[in-house]
Design a protein around this ligand. Structure first.
Ligand code: GUN
Length: 281
């Protein structure tokens, strides 16, 4: 079994992006800028945002974090997004989720100019991705896609099973695999026989948020398995895949941590740079 080293692939990607930022700076005399809005004091969100800021600085982006208390009014956030939409030094805007209950998530997502939507959550980008047009692609599925492609460049005709149908992961993942000419099955909590579906797969992407759901005997011998899960348990952080069991069967598997996670942030930086490049045309 081959361990797909997301940490290493992400470090390589960041190195390429750093070089690209240097070249863009020489050409345009400015660098891409990423602004993250963080609302409230949820610890995981704070950690994610800190990591995003650190990585953005490392590759030479202009990085800014705007923090609001949990009690901030929706209107204040929407007005700030408008300002950022109009700010030429801001190439990408990300509002960290989840949001407090009194703030309408969809309203916030739709307020972001689609050309600055580094999350790829705006309906315009969702639609463009599903129609096969150029768009921002959500960072986690993009990271999974790059890991799969690195390991197996030709995916045409492969059977892929995506476990989970979220807007963040499952649905965009499906679009990316379809674009590569995979035959894709989307499975979810109402799927009748998840094990039987997974046993058909050349590629499994598990993004469902259930600790160690995918077991060793669910996986074909030569399958590639990508584990998007980050689940807190009494035994520490585990993925959606039972690592010990599946590592005995699969051809290749991403670890948790050190698999998909590092790719997500690297892809956010990539999306910010891509937004900047499109804005300079
Ligand atoms: N919270 C957890 N994952 C994400 C993500 O990919 N984007 C945003 N904006 N918030 C998140």
């Amino acid at each position: 079994m081959i361990l797909i080293d997301g940490k290493k692939v992400a470090a390589e990607l960041r190195k390429e992006l750093k070089q690209e930022v240097t070249e863009l700076k020489a050409k345009h005399n400015k660098v891409p800028g990423l602004t993250v809005i963080l609302i409230g004091d949820l610890t995981p969100s704070q950690i994610y945002v800190k990591n995003k800021e650190k990585s953005a600085n490392e590759v030479g982006l202009k990085s800014e974090v705007i923090k609001y208390p949990d009690s901030v009014e929706e209107k204040t956030v929407l007005e700030k997004i408008q300002d950022l939409n109009n700010d030429e030094t801001v190439s990408g805007i990300l509002v960290q989720l989840p949001l407090p209950k009194h703030i309408d998530k969809q309203k916030v997502i739709e307020a972001i100019d689609p050309s600055k939507d580094v999350d790829g959550f705006h309906p315009m980008n969702v639609g463009n991705l599903s129609s096969g047009y150029e768009s921002s692609i959500p960072c986690t599925p993009l990271g999974c896609y790059l890991l799969i492609k690195k390991f197996e460049p030709n995916l045409s005709g492969k059977k892929a099973v995506v476990v989970g149908r979220s807007n963040l992961n499952g649905k965009p993942m499906t679009q990316l695999l379809l674009k590569e000419n995979c035959t894709v099955t989307i499975t979810h909590s109402k799927t009748k026989d998840l094990k039987a579906e997974c046993l058909e797969a050349d590629i499994i992407v598990a993004a469902v948020g259930i600790p160690e759901l995918v077991r060793g005997d669910w996986v074909k011998k030569d399958a590639i398995v990508i584990d998007v899960g980050i689940n807190k348990t009494d035994n520490g952080i585990v993925g959606d895949v039972h690592f010990d069991e599946v590592s005995k069967n699969a051809k290749a598997l991403t670890p948790v941590p050190g698999g998909v996670g590092p790719m997500t942030i690297a892809c956010l930086l990539k999306n910010t740079i891509d937004c900047f490049k499109r804005s300079q045309i």
